[in-house]
Write a protein that binds this ligand. Structure first.
Ligand SMILES: *[C@@H]1O[C@H](CO)[C@@H](O)[C@H](O)[C@H]1NC(C)=O
Ligand SMILES: *[C@@H]1O[C@H](CO)[C@@H](O)[C@H](O)[C@H]1NC(C)=O
Length: 348
């Protein structure tokens, strides 16, 4: 029973890569870790098709760069000590709560500058926060929803607050991370943050019966593995938002296989914390830093073990984007198609 994996291919035609004003990076490819699971793939297509969010998209150049810079500027042992002590214990985390108290956009931006000037925020992170603010603001305003200014201020102050908290006291993701719902509900935070960016009137989820079938299979104890050609930071939220009305428990129960970037970049981490994740280091970047190769290998082995344990327990819904290929619009029609070198090529 438990080893009959129902594999589905999922066609997501989001406005792809940077589906929101959020973070353009894909959950990195995890192909090697996943081959075993994906082998049984019987391609079936679900169309889950939000129309492109009405927004211009953030192009935070080189998130990886950002993280590296941050790491080097962070040589003050404080962060390392915090990391060592604070991993995973949300309750124990100290928090200065300055951003959530901001009453205006100007105040929010001046707080970023202040924290940077006083050395509590690495300059590149501060810059990323400002950029995030402006991109999010533009996207929400373009959506035409009422009270855009309040929505931007309240969601951004929470987002910046969580990002700052992570700089002060970095969260360390274990190989298997359960969505953090208490005391702060990171899941709902991500949902609310992304919600204004989805054009619900022009979005639809196709093949609803397939989701009914998924629900049944999960109830019977089967595991379900969803294989997607590409994944961005925003996808979990967008998928969950679109399924919220009809299949909310499915939305909340997905476990995403995540690459290292989404669990190391301070701008991404608060969004990742609200999701169930199996964290893997991508093969592509395995050798980027020679001293880290062993650690990454060991960590991937642990992640694989965790994944095997999960699957053995049954009733798991896993989302995997094995190749990380980017979707691109067709130059003639402007329609989005799965990227080359993506899953289609790997498993067809
Ligand atoms: C964030 O945006 C949502 C709309 O998605 C809104 O309902 C909410 O009040 C905003 N603020 C917070 C803190 O969630
Ligand atoms: C699915 O989510 C619901 C709540 O959203 C929870 O009660 C249930 O235990 C979850 N099931 C699994 C298999 O994680």
């Amino acid at each position: 029973m438990l080893n009959s994996h129902l594999s589905l291919s999922l066609s997501l035609s989001l406005s792809s890569s940077s589906a929101t004003a959020l973070l353009p990076r894909a959950f990195s490819p995890a192909a090697s870790a996943l081959r075993a699971v994906a082998a049984a793939s019987s391609s079936r297509w679900i169309s889950l098709r939000p129309s492109p969010p009405r927004s211009t998209f953030l192009r935070v150049r080189g998130m990886a760069e950002l993280v590296q810079d941050k790491e080097s500027t962070e040589s003050s042992g404080a962060a390392a000590a915090a990391a060592a002590s604070g991993s995973g214990d949300e309750e124990a985390r100290q928090h200065s709560r300055i951003f959530v108290d901001a009453r205006s956009e100007e105040e929010l931006l001046s707080l970023i500058t202040k924290e940077k000037d006083e050395g509590r925020l690495p300059p590149n992170v501060a810059e990323g926060m400002e950029e995030l603010f402006h991109n999010y603001k533009n996207a929400v305003f373009q959506s035409g929803i009422p009270h855009a200014d309040e929505i931007v201020l309240s969601n951004m102050s929470v987002a910046l607050d969580r990002i700052f908290l992570d700089v002060e006291d970095p969260f360390i993701f274990p190989p298997y991370h359960k969505a953090a719902r208490e005391p702060f509900d990171y899941y709902m935070f991500g949902q609310n943050y992304i919600r204004p960016l989805v054009d619900f009137r022009n979005s639809y989820v196709g093949n609803i019966p397939v989701f009914d079938e998924i629900r049944e299979k999960l109830q019977e104890g089967h595991n379900v593995v969803l294989i997607s050609n590409h994944q961005t930071e925003a996808d979990p939220a967008v998928i969950a938002l679109l399924l919220e009305g009809t299949h909310s428990h499915i939305a909340e129960n997905v476990t995403y296989v995540a690459g290292d970037r989404v669990v190391t970049d301070p701008l991404c981490k608060p969004f990742s914390m609200g999701r169930n994740l199996v964290c893997v280091y991508s093969k592509k970047h395995m050798f980027d830093v020679p001293e880290l190769v062993e650690m990454k290998r060991r960590s991937n082995t642990r992640s694989l073990k965790e994944m095997a344990l999960l699957l053995r327990g049954g009733s798991q819904l896993l989302w995997i984007a094995p190749s990380g290929g980017r979707d691109r619009p067709d130059p003639l029609t402007g329609e989005w198609y799965p990227g080359k070198g993506s899953l289609l090529d790997m498993y067809s």
